[in-house]
Design a protein around this ligand. Structure first.
Ligand code: FES
Length: 428
């Protein structure tokens, strides 16, 4: 079996990387997108004093990893991805190894993006979902209207700093105050994903309007942030997943339908992150259980993990191995269900559709559609946001607890900031 996940690194590259680790890397390899253009599908109007709602306007900021919209953006995207120790811990040589691995991987990953249409659709879907959610929120929560859509990606345009500058230009913060909600688009919390995005948001907040920007005093009239940090079992999310699975089940002959195995697939994590106490595996399992409960446990199912990178131990069983093993045993009716992402991306369109399903070479191996523009899902996003705005809490209680093995001051300070005066003292 010759499975290669989109970002997998060969042992040869690792060996070369290790020997080259001490070579200095040109500065421009580490300079990420400072001049990226920010472009929402719909222009955000400036904040005005006569906003419709008594507590509005409210900025709704979708956080996600992002993906290169064109093949030309692949190298910058990979450079940021491999430089992020929250996502891919490479130890003390991260600064050298990250850009090196990114450069080596670029041609192959560019080819993969070319095969799925020339780029990732994640920006298109994120902007659409956020705009549609804001339209619903304007009706559901007129007092906090207008709700203004923003997208902040961790590794691709629009980057967090670009989004933040756009918010300041639109009239939020800079002495004028205003409310913003950071809404993670990872339903299940991991310090590698949501944690990394929040650390980045906290960093840019400090640079652009925190103590550092104003000398040393905490400035008045800065943006007031709150966070929707996880929503793994929200009924609307569960319903959207369940409907997509039911639609795919209907494509099998009725007499075979009950025997189809549902294979839930989520992005894997290094075991070092799992053993540090990361909440992600438990939260993904909670989503799977909730979806199966909604389906009345109609089919046998398993949770497996995809897209591991590098030679270290990652959480398994691997999706590819699972599919091949079941097919080998004669169970060739399988539905792959991407359970930890809210739209299509390279891990669904390339890794599952073009690698796993191609290698399985069986017409019974199929994939449930991703959530993308699903109206049930977009209503769920609006319900989650509405409940958050009504509750007035800065974040969930769960956000205040650091991983047992966390030694990061950045995590500590960023969590204290987002937990606010109300819950900051609980962070430990
Ligand atoms: Fe989990 Fe820091 S690594 S809180």
């Amino acid at each position: 079996m010759s499975f290669r996940s989109p970002f997998a690194i060969s042992r040869r590259v690792w060996a070369n990387a290790a020997t080259s680790a001490m070579r200095p890397v040109p500065r421009n390899c580490l300079a990420f997108g400072g001049n990226q253009r920010y472009g929402m599908a719909t222009a955000v109007p400036p904040v005005t004093q006569d906003a419709a709602g008594s507590k509005g306007p409210t900025a709704m900021v979708f956080l996600n990893m992002g993906g290169p919209s064109t093949t030309a953006e692949v190298e910058d995207f990979l450079g940021r991805l491999f430089a992020d120790a929250d996502l891919i811990p490479l130890g003390r040589f991260q600064t050298y190894l990250g850009p090196l691995i990114a450069r080596r991987r670029t041609p192959k990953i560019q080819k993969q993006y070319a095969e799925i249409g020339g780029g990732s659709p994640i920006r298109k879907w994120s902007e659409y979902q956020c705009e549609e959610m804001c339209k619903l929120l304007d009706k559901m929560s007129p007092e906090t209207a207008p709700h203004k859509p923003y997208v902040a990606f961790r590794y691709a345009a629009p980057l967090t700093e670009t989004m933040y500058n756009q918010m300041l230009a639109d009239g939020f913060g800079n002495g004028k105050g205003g409310r913003a909600v950071a809404f993670t688009q990872y339903p299940q919390y991991s310090c590698s994903t949501t944690g990394s995005s929040l650390n980045e948001l906290w960093k840019w907040r400090n640079r652009l309007e925190g103590k550092r920007a104003s000398g040393e005093a905490e400035p008045a009239g800065a943006i007031e942030w709150s966070v929707i940090d996880r929503w793994p079992t929200h009924p609307g999310l569960v319903e959207a997943f369940a409907q997509n699975i039911e639609a795919q089940l209907k494509t099998y002959p009725e007499e075979k339908r009950k025997e189809v195995v549902l294979l839930f697939s989520a992005h894997s994590l290094p075991m070092s992150v799992v053993n540090r106490g990361d909440p992600y595996p438990a939260e993904v399992a909670a989503t799977v259980h909730a979806v199966m409960q909604r389906l009345n446990f109609s089919n046998p199912y398993r949770l497996c993990w995809q897209s591991q990178v590098g030679p270290k131990a990652w959480l398994g069983a691997q999706t590819q191995d699972t599919v091949m093993e079941y097919v080998k045993r004669g169970q060739s009716d399988l539905i792959l269900v991407p359970i930890a992402f809210t739209s299509d991306h390279i891990e669904t369109l390339y890794e599952l559709d073009l690698e796993v399903m191609h290698e399985a070479n069986s017409p019974g191996v199929k994939r449930a559609e991703s959530l993308n523009g699903n109206p049930v899902f977009i209503q769920a996003l609006a319900d989650i946001a509405h409940a958050h705005l009504k509750k007035g809490e800065p974040c969930s209680a769960q956000m205040t607890l650091r991983c047992q093995g966390c030694k990061s001051d950045r995590c500590l300070e960023s969590k204290k900031f987002f937990a606010g005066k109300q819950h900051g003292s609980l962070v430990m």
